[in-house]
Design a binder for this molecule. Structure first.
Ligand code: NAG
Ligand code: NAG
Ligand code: NAG
Ligand code: NAG
Ligand code: NAG
Ligand code: NAG
Ligand code: NAG
Length: 473
């Protein structure tokens, strides 16, 4: 019975063990839960603190850039502020060192790309720029803008658009080295609808459908490549599916189109760069990026002040984040984040932005304005600009800080680019050894050479070409 006696003891011990063990487990578990709750609380607390700070500082910036029209829904606006805080919290606020000192007198000798956007005209009237008028040897790349993305396919508005694309491709007969690309656009209206690019990257089937369609469009039209113009992935709301989806899209396109050119039109503001791009994927999969280094300032009702459309450097009166609203900051930032210089094309505008001054005596930068001025929505072409200057007897100032001119007469105030400002931009590109320049667009340059301040065709684009290729400021 000795065995019999010891068994219950053992059983008791066993029972006790069974009873004690769960208590220890529960206590460890409760401890862990408390720890996790504490850490989560701490994270929320810290992020809330930072959210408050950075939100106050940075909210105006993307309003300046994009305007209220993209954020009509208050739901979206609320989340936009949040995503903006996340963007501001990332590397934007950290110290980033530009490795390259700029010396505008030094340049890196090589062959530079000159990629020119050509917007498909609305119809076949004589007033707009038609493919036959494009000088086939002016640009190294012509990017035809735009086809849209709809239902996971490349969508042309009309057969007229396709006909124009075919005519641009034919320009290669005149210049066999010319590369013709089609730009596929998606403008986000601020909501994350499942259409356009967000839909394409939402699952593998959609992605495969889209990429296969792109491949057939390239073959059907004998294109040299494709330009992806998604403005912007993961913006204004941080959306990792879009951010990584964009990287996946580029990877898949590169894999399926090993011999075609693949480019992307990308943002210039630092916080969008942080929010939208996996720079590693751009560096690896695209032939070059077109940095849209313009629209830094245009009329907005909540920020109704004059400012340069495309400043090369900051203005002496710029403070805070306004100090980074310029080409130098954008390009140095792209480089500091790992984008290879030779894959960066510096985007240059041939158009300007107009404003109506409230007080014509107050006519420098940061002067109060009441609305967009001459031109559609305040966009003014170089030819319109020339007419304004000549007919109105306007005053034109070349601002040395930003290396851009502005012109005013009575209440009209216009920031624009001319041969000089674009020469500075081209020198800047050559001094850093970038891949070259992008021009937006041939349509807003003086393509007929008939305006009052130019005697040759495409004076602005030609000037960029000359400065990129010869040492001639
Ligand atoms: C250009 O940007 C870099 C990086 O922000 C800065 O260090 C440098 O001073 C800027 N150059 C000019 C002329 O503003
Ligand atoms: C535009 O009109 C011209 C002549 O009027 C014609 O030759 C050309 O094919 C037309 N282009 C398109 C795209 O329809
Ligand atoms: C076309 O552009 C090239 C390069 O800028 C220039 O040399 C040539 O004269 C231009 N051709 C015409 C017809 O304007
Ligand atoms: C979208 O594409 C699919 C096939 O890819 C087609 O069956 C469907 O009809 C298309 N829908 C629209 C609205 O075009
Ligand atoms: C944005 O576009 C989508 C689809 O095109 C539409 O459903 C949505 O209502 C639009 N949102 C806004 C705020 O305009
Ligand atoms: C900078 O601000 C001062 C004082 O308001 C003003 O006189 C000057 O014109 C401004 N300079 C520029 C380049 O905007
Ligand atoms: C143009 O402006 C200058 C001074 O800015 C003035 O002297 C001249 O009379 C003006 N000419 C005309 C035609 O308005």
């Amino acid at each position: 019975m000795a065995l019999g006696l010891s068994e219950p003891q053992y059983e008791l011990l066993n029972g006790k063990k069974k009873y004690v063990q769960p208590i220890i487990h529960s206590m460890v578990l409760i401890g862990l839960v408390v720890l996790v709750v504490f850490v989560v609380f701490l994270m929320f607390y810290v992020s809330w603190m930072t959210f408050e700070d950075s939100n106050d500082q940075n909210t105006p910036m993307d309003f300046v850039l994009f305007g209220p029209q993209k954020y009509t829904s208050s739901y979206v606006a609320a989340y936009r502020a949040h995503s903006f805080a996340i963007a501001a919290k990332s590397n934007y606020k950290t110290y980033w060192a530009a490795k390259d000192k700029i010396n505008l007198n030094k340049r890196i000798e090589k062959t530079y790309h000159l990629a020119c956007y050509y917007s498909i005209p609305i119809d076949n009237t004589t007033k707009s720029l038609h493919p036959a008028q494009i000088n086939a040897t002016l640009c190294t790349h012509l990017i035809v803008a735009f086809a849209q993305v709809q239902n996971n396919s490349v969508y042309f508005k009309s057969s007229f658009d396709m006909e124009i694309l075919r005519q641009v491709v034919k320009l290669r007969d005149k210049n066999p080295k010319l590369k013709v690309l089609l730009s596929i656009v998606h403008f986000s209206n601020g909501s994350h609808s499942n259409e356009g690019f967000p839909g394409v990257v939402s699952n593998k089937d959609n992605l495969d459908t889209f990429v296969s369609n792109v491949v057939s469009v390239i073959n059907d039209f004998y294109l040299d490549g494709i330009d992806i113009d998604w403005e912007f992935p993961s913006w204004p709301l941080l959306n990792l599916q879009e951010k990584y989806g964009f990287a996946k899209l580029l990877q898949t396109l590169r894999y399926r189109l090993p011999d075609s050119l693949l480019t992307a039109a990308v943002a210039a503001p630092l916080n969008i760069i942080d929010n939208s791009y996996e720079i590693y994927s751009l560096a690896r999969f695209v032939d070059f990026i077109n940095v849209m280094a313009y629209d830094y300032h245009s009329y907005q009702w909540y920020f109704p002040l004059t400012g340069p459309n495309s400043p090369l450097f900051s203005s002496r009166n710029d403070t805070g984040y306004f100090q980074d609203l310029n080409i130098n900051s954008s390009i140095q930032y792209w480089i500091s984040k790992g984008m290879p210089k030779e894959k960066i094309l510096l985007g240059m505008p041939t158009y300007g932005h107009s404003f109506i001054l409230i007080n014509e005596a107050n006519n420098g930068f940061n002067s109060p304005t009441s609305g967009p001025g001459i031109g559609k929505d305040g966009f003014i072409t170089f030819s319109e600009m020339c007419e304004f200057k000549s007919h109105q007897n306007a005053t034109t100032i070349f601002d040395h800080d930003t290396r851009t001119p502005y012109s005013y007469h009575k209440n009209d105030w216009i920031s624009f680019d001319n041969e000089n400002s674009l020469a500075y931009k081209a020198e800047f590109a050559a001094s850093l050894g970038l891949g070259g320049a992008m021009v937006f667009s041939l349509n807003t340059d003086d393509y007929s050479g008939s305006s009052l301040c130019s005697s040759s065709v495409f004076p602005l684009t030609s000037r960029i070409k000359i400065v990129l290729n010869d040492d001639d400021l």
